[in-house]
Ligand binder design. Structure first.
Ligand code: ARG
Ligand code: ASP
Length: 690
């Protein structure tokens, strides 16, 4: 048995200890630094992360909560992705000033545009606070008592940390499913102004057609500037604010990139689930993703049909459409990747070996069977929840009505303003029909509220129901909404829809999910600890949770299919090959054609062309968009923005053969700023290493 086990272990371990997999904690990077240096890195752990001196972490921000950005000048200039600044660029756009289409460049500092609501956060430091958080917790105490103690301890840590500096915001997050706790202390700046964005035909070149794919030719960047008060501290927007002087900003290398070169991505990956049970993976790949994809396909088709008819509708739905499309496409790649990797079966094998190992160990023996039992209960509830979120709540008027009616007068005004700015009723009505049709076809009786059955009974078809609800509601029209009495607002059929579905969800679905998820997370804490003991050879990195991480690897192509090899970098030639004035996603601006015709590349020319994007083996996730990609010396060589289609399952399982992050080559950004925008004053602010 022992022999079998160790053989088995060797097999499991060797498929798991993938080079380049991992999102490491900056404060623990000293544990990896030898390996990194072996692979070509020339800096020290202290250069990456230090609490005593300025380090690279001080040049990185969590941008708007969902992306990453990095400082590239001593005057607070910041680069992130075009798709990360998209909401801001859109908010400043109108049919007259269409910055989405034409781009935006502040030629002087006073033209830089403020963005209420946008914040950026620097990590001041991170501390292992496990023992403080767990102080007073005892073996065998009830989970609710334990949670209460943890909450109290956490609140105290947070409160104390936030008094340490101006604009400080603290958060304690569990790592390894609550086996460890870390304090993350941030300094938050809220005066962040838009400095520049290329036209979407560059910044979103390839659109949703090329999204999540390689070869890629997207100039996915935008520029912002952080402003501070006279003492360099965070302050709300004011005309008196001045450009922030960062502790650290990135020098930019234009020396070039070759296959095999060391690369490091430093940013804020959002969420990974590398240690989940086979049952969870099975549900994602075989049930959840296929259904959510089908629902979103219908939404996208409806949006697209109307967007093609009118430029106004196209602007209104640009941002919504991109975000619906983004997950839609990722889920498809993820599903395929999981099936190809045979992850469910691989995990089952691993679980079997774990179970063998855990025999007779009171702590671990029953953990997997208990988890499996819970997943068995959860599956149909998760399915109902998927439909609640992806179908029922996809009706825009309904979720607007539900939120509006509950808000006070002040909040109502701004809600209505932002809703109608980007609303087109015919899209919503068609979506309603499709969503209710899918709901009635797929959601089992027991998960449907009585309200749904009554409406279907009354109207006969989703089409007739849609006619009735959209002609009588006040929530799809600005004027009708403002003329409505309080009673009309409250009794509107969309409020009824929203409340009926939500009441049912909150009563019948959510509590079951919450209760079982709580039990699951408790078991995951044990299972995670068990995995770490079971597989002592493996270096476990904590799942991503929107905290700062370091991933390292190297520039590398891959084989997406038999007889095909993808090289790791793309050039302007590829843009010209894709250029097509008749296809929206590939219609580049005329100035780019002119620059190309004249080969007017200036200092950005490399071998007669201009580099555009490159791929590498860094393990990244959603939230890593905008992250600095740096070379062995710590210079900025790219801005991360995506992953390749064949590798999108890396949030669940990492395949070193095909998992690649996609970065914008910084030289393409500089070329666009210089030759397309004529904004070379911005380049003058930067430090460029030739
Ligand atoms: N796939 C990238 C990410 O997840 C970029 C998304 C933006 N682009 C788009 N065409 N929707 O954020
Ligand atoms: N495009 C993603 C982002 O916005 C990055 C990724 O998922 O690879 O963060």
């Amino acid at each position: 048995m022992r022999k079998y086990l160790s053989l088995f272990l060797a097999a499991v371990v060797s498929t798991q200890l993938f080079a380049d997999e991992g999102m490491w904690l900056p404060s623990r990077i000293y544990e990896r630094i030898a390996d990194m240096q072996d692979k070509g890195f020339r800096l020290t752990a202290e250069d990456l992360y230090s609490v005593n001196q300025a380090s690279l972490k001080d040049g990185i921000v969590h941008f708007g909560g969902g992306c990453t950005g990095e400082l590239i000048s001593p005057d607070g200039l910041l680069i992130t992705n075009h798709h990360c600044g998209y909401g801001q660029i859109q908010a400043h756009s109108s049919v007259e000033h269409d910055y989405l289409t034409n781009g935006f460049w502040a030629m002087t500092r006073d033209q830089e545009l403020p963005n209420p609501g946008l914040t950026v956060s620097f990590l001041v430091r991170m501390d292992d606070v496990t023992s403080q958080v767990l102080k007073g917790c005892k073996q065998g105490m009830s989970e609710s008592d334990r949670s209460e103690i943890i909450k109290k301890n956490t609140d105290a840590i947070v409160e104390k940390a936030e008094t340490e500096g101006i604009g400080y915001k603290a958060k304690v997050s569990p790592l390894y499913y609550g086996n460890q706790y870390f304090l993350f202390l941030y300094q938050v700046f809220s005066d962040v102004r838009l400095v520049g964005a290329p036209p979407s035909s560059i910044g979103k070149f390839g659109g949703d057609t090329d999204n999540w794919m390689w070869p890629r030719h997207t100039g996915d960047f935008s520029l912002f500037r952080i402003y501070a008060d006279k003492d360099n501290n965070p302050a709300p927007y004011s005309e008196d604010n001045v450009p922030y002087k960062p502790k650290k900003f990135f020098s930019i290398s234009v020396k070039g990139i070759e296959e095999g070169d060391f690369t490091l991505v430093y940013g804020f990956p959002g969420r990974t689930q590398e240690y989940i049970l086979s049952d969870a993976v099975d549900y994602i790949a075989n049930v959840s993703n296929p259904h959510k994809i089908a629902l979103r396909t219908m939404r996208l088709d409806n949006q697209k049909a109307e967007m093609e008819k009118s430029p106004e509708v196209r602007i209104k739905y640009a941002s919504k459409n991109a975000s619906v499309a983004n997950s839609w496409k990722k889920w498809q790649g993820e599903m395929k990747g999981i099936l190809k990797m045979n992850t469910v079966a691989e995990k089952q094998k691993y679980e079997k070996a774990f179970t063998e190992w855990a025999k007779g160990n009171a702590e671990y023996e029953t953990v997997i069977p208990e988890m499996k039992k819970i997943y068995g209960v959860l599956a149909e509830y998760n399915f109902a929840e998927d439909y609640h979120k992806e179908a029922v709540m996809a009706v825009e008027a309904a979720s607007f009505a539900g939120r509006y009616v509950k808000s006070d007068a002040g909040a109502r005004e701004s809600l209505a303003k932002s809703f109608f700015k980007n609303y087109h009723m015919p899209i919503d009505k068609n979506i309603f029909v499709d969503m209710m049709t899918a709901y009635s076809n797929n959601v089992p009786e027991k998960f449907r509220p009585e309200y749904f059955n009554v409406q279907m009974e009354k109207y006969g078809t989703p089409e007739k129901w849609a006619d009735a609800i959209f002609s009588s509601t006040v929530y799809t029209d600005k004027d009708r909404l403002s003329a409505a009495t309080e009673e009309q607002l409250a009794e509107d059929p969309f409020v009824e829809y929203y409340n009926s579905f939500n009441d049912f969800y909150n009563r019948e679905i959510k509590p079951v999910i919450a209760e079982n998820s709580a039990r699951l997370s408790l078991l995951y804490r044990t299972y995670m600890k068990g995995q770490m003991e079971f597989d002592r050879e493996k270096a476990f990195y904590p799942d991503a949770n929107s905290t700062l991480r370091i991933a390292y690897g190297h520039v590398k192509g891959y084989k997406p299919a038999d007889a095909v090899y993808y090289k790791p970098s793309s050039t302007l030639e590829g843009i010209m090959q894709k250029d097509n004035p008749d296809i929206y996603d590939y219609n580049i601006p005329q100035v780019l054609r002119d620059v190309y015709a004249k080969k007017d590349y200036g200092r950005w020319e490399v071998n007669g062309t201009v580099p555009v994007c490159f791929i590498a083996t860094n393990h990244t996730s959603g939230g890593n968009s905008g992250s600095p990609v740096i070379d062995a010396e710590g210079n900025l060589i790219g801005v991360n923005f995506d992953r390749v289609w064949e590798g999108t399952m890396s949030d669940i399982v990492f395949d070193p053969d095909v998992c690649r992050n996609i970065a914008l080559d910084i030289r393409y950004a500089l070329f666009v700023i210089d030759k397309v925008a004529g904004a070379s004053h911005l380049i003058d602010e930067m430090v460029i290493v030739e």
